[in-house]
Ligand binder design. Structure first.
Ligand code: APR
Ligand code: PHB
Length: 389
């Protein structure tokens, strides 16, 4: 077994792990990033696409947003569509801030390129990752690579390995897991088509929710609420297009979001999940390893970025002053934002989806709430504040 030392061992090269490694580097702190997939996989994996105003600022201030500013799509509003009519929430007018539409895998590509250019240590295709001794001052991570077992000892281990990673379990049963599973899922497609509108459309229809989004001037991203146990096979392309057109209806007429070749299709479960606390001893968790939000509020990647920022500040403060105050308050600091995002995501999800057993009465209640949100400046501002972050 090989043996080496670094300051922070980071498990996972998603947005949380890569940004953490970058921020630590800027503070003069060394890290090793251990990723179980290969580089192509993490750079191609289709995920979220909305960056809050604050997320774009963090990436800009730390010098990894050149391409984001060139290729990202700045959005100053969103549309809520219900009862056959569209209602715009003018986010920038209400809050002075905007969102940027830019795929998560593009953020990953930019962060990884920068880490490698800065001489960062990112190791791909590591297997059997295990976390050890988090209750001591010498926590470590072992893994297998090309048949050889390796051990990296650090002062801190950062668990940034997503919902299905190993680090949360390594914190043991002192953590409490709070969760909620929604009785539906999202079918998401990527389409080679020019966006038909400039802004995202969140549509609430009696048949269920639909979302119109985009990735670039050539690619649209569309979602349909489907049953929790549904499979992609039961959604041939014609059915997808027909259902989208109905759910996006305007003035009683089907509204076609712009057809093109569907080149990616997947079903994502909808759940909320929070780990409390987000740390144990020298193991700190960030991003999806610690919490999941349903995608309706577009918060997942933004929470991962915010955790990485808080964690890097806490670790930097600790190295600089020898004080553990910020490390000890990491959970409380991160969870304040996580629960705000959980509430917003739950609210958007409940307002826009059809739940099993919902009757027309329930649909009318949801529509009345949407009417309130779009008619009242105070309500619209609250939504916009939460959405732009
Ligand atoms: N060992 C090493 N790496 C692992 C392991 C493991 N045992 N398990 C998972 N990983 C890797 C994954 O391959 C992935 O690259 O950890 C990384 C975790 O990245 P993400 O899942 O993207 O999580 P995070 O960085 O927290 O970003 C959260 O991802 O799912 C979206 O909506 C979510 O936008 C949010 C974002
Ligand atoms: C996306 O573009 O993938 C997207 C946009 C908004 C959401 C969720 C996903 O709320």
């Amino acid at each position: 077994m090989t043996d080496e030392r670094t300051q922070v061992v980071i498990i996972g090269a998603g947005p949380a792990g890569l940004l953490l490694s970058h921020l630590l580097h800027l503070a003069g702190i060394t890290s090793v990033v251990l990723e179980d997939r290969d580089r192509t996989h993490i750079e191609q994996r289709v995920r979220a696409g909305v960056l809050e105003h604050g997320t774009t600022e963090i990436l800009t201030q730390t010098g990894v947003a050149d391409r984001l500013h060139r290729e990202g799509l700045v959005h100053e509003g969103i549309e809520l569509r219900f009862d056959g009519a569209g209602h715009r929430i003018p986010m920038t007018e209400l809050t002075g801030r905007h969102i940027t539409v830019y795929g998560q895998q593009e953020v990953v590509k930019d962060l990884l390129a920068r880490r490698l250019a800065d001489g960062g240590d990112v190791r791909f295709e590591v297997a059997q990752v295990q976390v050890h001794d988090v209750g001591t001052a010498e926590p470590s991570v072992t893994y297998l690579s090309e048949g050889v077992r390796h051990r990296v000892v650090g002062d801190v281990v950062a668990g940034c390995d997503g919902f299905h990673g190993v680090s949360r379990a390594a914190a043991g049963d002192t953590l409490r897991h709070l969760h909620r599973t929604y009785p539906f899922a999202w079918l998401g497609v990527l389409v080679h088509a020019e966006p038909r509108t400039r802004e995202l459309i969140y549509a609430a229809h009696e048949n269920g929710f639909a979302l119109y989004s985009m990735r670039s001037p050539e690619v649209t991203r569309l979602y349909l609420q489907v049953g929790a146990d549904e499979r992609v096979d039961s959604w041939p392309q014609d059915r997808i297009w027909a259902e989208l057109a109905v759910r996006f209806s305007l003035d009683g007429e089907p509204w076609d979001p712009g057809r093109g070749e569907i080149f990616d299709i997947a079903i994502t479960p909808m759940r909320s999940f929070v780990t409390e606390p987000m740390q144990r001893g020298r193991l700190l968790l960030a991003g999806d390893a610690a919490h999941i939000v349903p995608p309706t509020g577009a918060k997942g990647m933004n929470l991962a970025v915010h955790d990485a920022l808080l964690m890097s500040r806490a670790i930097e403060h600790w190295y600089r002053t020898g004080e553990e105050t910020l490390v000890n308050s990491y959970t409380a600091d991160a969870l304040a934002r996580v629960w705000r995002a959980q509430h917003f995501s739950w609210w958007m999800t409940s307002m826009l989806h059809r739940f099993p057993g919902d009757d027309l009465f329930q649909h009318r209640l949801q529509t009345a709430q949407l009417a309130n949100v779009t008619a009242s400046r105070a309500y619209a501002t609250a939504l916009a504040e939460n959405y732009v972050g």
